[in-house]
Design a protein around this ligand. Structure first.
Ligand SMILES: *Cc1c(COP(=O)(O)O)cnc(C)c1O
Length: 825
């Protein structure tokens, strides 16, 4: 820790003049150029660095305050972070946007023009990675000492483009122009081993302590990004590890004899570890490399956590009092075995004491209910890649199964079901079991999912250790998803509530409730939505060439493409609207724009076909003069956080139509309701809690609940029966089958039709009628403009609960048991 006298007392000034002077100086000294000859990227980088400098000072004071307080720290381990763009956020959090605008205007550039260079670090797939980012934002805002750990993927989530309507994936080379938001910390690099063998430790012959001699070592180099809190001085960090070959990897001898490719073999192999984010969050492709990534993250982060612990503490007895580690799903769960290895093998702590420390240190968040998304790894792969960890897993399992046998004497099935090892032709390690066994608290991310976890997926554990199971319903940061995404609405809200206190106390939105009955306020509310829709229309036209009517009902379904989320059900509704208009072109219809956004995992062929079909349907609808008068379908490519921030403020209707019992929580549903979109949804995930809060009258509910869905599946579900029984459904499916969306080619979408009629894994056909009828009630409500506006206001007013500040408070009180540390200005 640097002593205070080594730090500049005030690195940056607090006035517009200081800011302007720093900008010009940074342009000159950091970019080596002048105002006259600066390019766009020069302007962006200079602005970024100038804003960043204002956070560095806060970060230094945060680090000093933490050092002095020696508090309990939250360490958040996540394979994914979906941070979104940084520039606007940091302008807001340093309150410098008000200076940048006039300065930029003076110089003849706009903030918007510079922002195109602000690349979104796409280090995550979807909701899980975005949750990690929202929690870090709230941790800093609540002054909780915390560090996020992740991987600095060289290529983040792929960029989605469409060619002939088909998804084409392009690499996301997000650091190509450099990332002004990160700081390298090469001194904190760590060495990580893989492969090799284990041997007895002479210091503990025949005991549990052993020596691992790895066959390969890789360096992990951290870089950190600053994570400022809003309205406070705290700036925490996220540390992202990048894999580097260890120093002697370059083979000079081979290079010398012209073997240029072979000479860098080891370097390439090592650096591949942080090369790409796996673009699939439900299955495990590239198995060995993915497992290497997981261990790489865990090994680097734990060593760093121990390094930090030792700055102020010694011995191990206080470790679990100073360190709490949250595992964001099972991806980082090897941390449990790694901490055991470090304690037992490297630091000579006895097994029982090490296990006590480990268990008190870890907590685990489970993000799924889908059995296929519960990670397992082949024992044989683990034995080869991480031989010592596999031994430790066996030992943990051995002691655990003793406990199970003691609890259930004579029951032979229970140990088999609960074991970390899944027996079979290929024995596998169940990561979720290891996570539950190695943690103090296990939490689901919405009430229904937590209940179903305890009843089904993790039932045996919930019976054995009921005290370990908690619910912490997800939330979203109101700074990014309301204040930054929707400045117009934020201004209206601040005007109505009197000040900006709602930004850090979102329950204060309740105060909008009384305004819902004020016709002037309703008109102002509508005007904001209309302006946002105007902006969206312009952006959609730029992205897709399709004109949309800003006065039409904006119906949005934005999320990853997955069969359980049921984009296919939305599409059947679109085709039904189409067929109705064709059958009676003279009737009046509620004008509607249906906007899809989302990526499909590159290997998920069924969803890639569905994307192609959505684009084909859009092509037909938008170019048919009769249909296009009432209906437009648009699908701007490459849905990401930046696009979410653009679409959400303009949405009227939020589609949350997953099969009940499948969506763990959802957070898109929260972002949309908070921005005044009304939800059409099933009783799934956090939809249930949204509906409870906004009121059943202000939510469009349809479809089976989780119990009904489970019952239907058990009784033998036949999609074909629904198809036969419902004329409009049959017509919609037949329209696809007829080749109407493939210039008459009946084969083009045959697999989609086949999946619907013969498998329909997520029972879209069973919910079709209820869904389409519910869409009719949506249209009735839409026609009563005043009523709709009132419902919209009440949605915003009553969604304060879904702030990630509340989520973090619950984690702090119930699971982490941490207190804030205030940082003085
Ligand atoms: C919020 C968010 C998600 C999660 O959306 P769900 O509807 O909850 O699946 C996914 N991707 C991005 C870019 C998001 O911002």
């Amino acid at each position: 820790m640097t002593e205070a006298r080594h730090r500049p007392r005030r690195t940056v000034g607090d006035s517009l003049e200081d800011f302007e002077r720093d900008l010009i100086s940074n342009l000159y000294y950091q970019r080596g150029t002048t105002i006259e000859s600066a390019s766009g990227p020069d302007g962006y980088h200079t602005l970024a660095v100038t804003v960043r400098d204002r956070l560095v000072d806060r970060y230094a004071r945060t680090a000093a305050a933490h050092y002095a307080a020696n508090p309990r720290f939250v360490y958040y381990l996540s394979a994914e972070y979906l941070l979104g763009r940084q520039l606007r956020q940091n302008l807001l959090y340093t309150d410098t946007e008000r200076w940048v605008r006039p300065i930029a205007e003076d110089l003849g550039v706009s903030l918007e023009a510079l922002e195109v260079y602000d690349v979104e670090p796409g280090l995550g797939n979807g909701g899980l990675g975005r949750l990690a980012a929202c929690l870090l934002d709230s941790l800093a805002t609540l002054d909780i000492p915390a560090v996020g750990y992740g991987i600095r993927y060289e290529f983040g989530i792929f960029k989605q483009t469409f060619r002939d309507g088909r998804q084409v994936e392009r690499p996301d080379d997000w650091t190509f122009y450099g990332n002004p938001w990160e700081f390298p910390a090469p001194d904190d690099r760590q060495l990580v081993g893989f492969y090799g063998a284990t041997q007895p430790d002479p210091r503990d012959p025949g005991g549990l302590r052993r020596v691992w001699v790895p066959g390969e070592t890789v360096r992990g180099e951290p870089r950190h990004m600053l994570v400022p809190g809003y309205g406070t001085q705290t700036v925490n960090i996220i540390r992202l590890w990048q894999a580097r070959a260890s120093r002697e990897s370059f083979d000079l001898a081979r290079f010398g004899v012209g073997q240029y490719v072979e000479a860098v073999d080891d370097i390439v192999r090592a650096e591949n570890i942080s090369k790409v984010l796996y673009p699939d969050d439900s299955t495990e492709p590239g198995r060995e490399l993915r497992l290497k990534q997981q261990y790489f993250l865990v090994a680097c982060s734990l060593r760093d956590i121990i390094r930090r612990y030792r700055l102020r503490n010694s011995g191990w007895e206080h470790f679990a009092d100073k360190v709490v580690i949250q595992l964001n799903d099972t991806h980082p769960v090897m941390a449990v075995t790694e901490l055991m290895r470090l304690l037992v093998d490297e630091h000579g702590v006895g097994w029982d004491e090490a296990w006590d420390i480990t268990r008190r240190t870890f907590n685990y968040t489970c993000h799924t209910l889908l059995p296929e998304a519960l990670e397992t790894w082949p024992v044989r792969l683990l034995e080869r890649l991480l031989p010592r960890h596999m031994e430790i897993i066996y030992a943990i399992n051995h002691f655990f199964l003793e406990e199970v046998r003691a609890a259930y004497p004579g029951d032979t099935d229970m140990p088999r079901r609960m074991s970390i090892i899944q027996e079979g032709d290929e024995r596998r390690v169940r990561m979720a079991h290891l996570a539950v066994i190695g943690s103090t608290a296990v939490n689901g991310v919405a009430e229904l999912q937590t209940k179903l976890l305890a009843e089904t997926t993790l039932h045996d554990f919930a019976v054995l250790w009921p005290e370990r199971f908690h619910n912490v319903t997800n939330g979203v940061t109101p700074r990014r998803f309301l204040r930054m995404a929707n400045p117009r609405l934020s201004e209206l809200i601040t005007g109505a509530l009197g000040d900006e206190g709602w930004l850090t106390d979102l329950e204060r939105l309740h105060g909008l409730g009384t305004h819902a009955d004020d016709p002037d306020f309703r008109a102002a509310w509508r005007a904001v939505k209309r302006q946002n829709k105007g902006d969206l229309a312009a952006a959609v036209e730029r992205a897709t060439g399709v004109l949309i009517d800003p006065d039409a009902l904006a119906d949005v379904m934005i999320k990853r493409f997955h069969e359980y989320k049921r984009q296919q059900l939305k599409l059947l509704h679109v085709i039904t609207m189409m067929n109705r208009i064709r059958a009676d072109p003279q009737a009046t219809y509620v004008p509607r724009t249906v906007l899809f956004g989302g990526k499909a995992a590159p290997g998920y062929l069924a969803m890639k076909q569905l994307i192609e079909l959505v684009n084909a349907v859009a092509g037909v609808v938008n170019t048919d003069p009769v249909l296009a008068r009432h209906l437009r379908v648009v699908f701007p490519p490459d849905y990401n956080v930046t696009k979410a921030q653009f679409v959400i403020p303009a949405a009227d209707l939020s589609e949350q139509i997953s099969l009940a019992g499948k969506e763990a929580s959802g957070t898109g549903n929260m972002k949309l309701a908070l921005n005044g979109a009304l939800t059409i949804g099933t009783l799934d995930g956090a939809n249930i809690e949204i509906r409870d809060r906004v009121g059943a009258d202000n939510f469009f509910l349809f479809g089976m609940d989780a119990q009904a869905a489970a019952d239907l599946r058990r009784s033998g579900y036949s999609p074909r029966a629904y198809y036969e029984a419902d004329f409009e459904l049959r017509l919609a499916v037949d329209t696809i089958a007829s080749g109407a969306f493939a210039k008459g080619d009946r084969d083009a979408f045959a697999p989609v039709v086949d999946a619907m009629l013969h498998r329909d894994e997520y029972m879209a056909l069973a919910d079709y009628r209820a869904y389409v009828d519910c869409q009719d009630t949506v249209e009735q409500a839409w026609l009563d403009t005043e009523r709709w506006t009132r419902m919209s206001i009440l949605n915003t007013a009553r969604c304060g609960f879904f702030s990630s500040d509340r989520t973090v408070r619950e984690y702090c009180e119930r699971i982490w048991k941490v207190d804030p540390v205030r940082v003085n200005p």
